[in-house]
Design a protein around this ligand. Sequence first.
Ligand code: CTP
Ligand code: MG
Length: 335
Amino acid sequence: PSLRPEMRYRPDLEKFTFQMLQMYQSLIPPEEEERKRRQFLSHLDQLVAREWPGARLFLFGSCANAFGVCNSDIDVCLSINDDQLSKADLVLKMAAILRSDNMQNVQALTHARVPIVKFTESTTGISCDICVNNMLAVVNSKLLHDYSQIDVRLRQLAFLVKHWAKRRQVNETYRGTLSSYAYVLMCIHFLQQRKPAILPCLQDMRPTYRVTVGNIECAYYDQIETLQSFGANNKETLGELLTSFFEYWAFRHDYTRAVISVRTGGYLSKDEKEWTRRIGNERHLICIEDPLEVAHDLGRVVDRHSIRVLRDEFHRAAKILRHDLNPCTTLFEPF
Ligand code: CTP
Ligand code: MG
């Protein structure tokens, strides 16, 4: 079989793939962690039910979307009908409940874009963030989870990309780099673009799942069992995919004009999204459309300085994957 151009550099690709698969395995949370987490959640359920019988807790983020590595924080959404209290008030009340239950380091962040309460459970050391009525995050976590069940290469690729981003300190939205959520979308988009494609575009298929959240209609095909062999005609290995992923973001992506869009399974232009000008603090230097909140560019946190940092890191990774004799170590070297 003919190798893609970027693979010509690596005679030891098979060994590299093997090492990357080992690293992926080592990042998967052990069963024991799942068990502790379930226990913690049922305790939290009881606390909430005592105070608000009509409320429900939903998991989202990395422990619901299949992209959680060991020791991830738990993201929880409190879903509640309460016309009297604002989100900030509900967060404060939740904080009081958690304090009286002896949870540690309880902090209510009421002024954040999404108000949350953060805390740690002392016995297990589990850290948790609770937000209020943020059902879009619950739905987008299901979307990511459904994609993860189609082809295992997505989960493998995304684990390694997230691990790389954390080690290289480019997974810090408060410093202008990208969220884990954005990196996973970059991986899904990348696998939708392979020829032959490794992932389909679920939002472009006949919807079997529909919910409306606020004024946003979420609809997509979620009968994933029927898509188990979708990517089978593509034989690319993890080593090849990781290499091509960084090649793409280092050398091929059109940062001037293109928007990546998991929702459409392809590219849109900045012009058609009207993402051509800076508005306030939101710039569009790398454009990643949110699949549900389509007016959101997940790259909006990236500024003049951090786009340089990001692109330099993509270059560094691509160069290591071309030339380095021991890429497994060098690629993930702490910044
Ligand atoms: N989220 C979102 N919009 C964003 C960022 C995050 O809707 N701009 C939601 C998504 O549902 C995402 C969740 O918040 O799954 C958590 O985001 P993030 O911390 O970036 O991802 P995790 O998967 O939890 O990653 P990590 O393992 O780094 O905690
Ligand atoms: Mg998280």
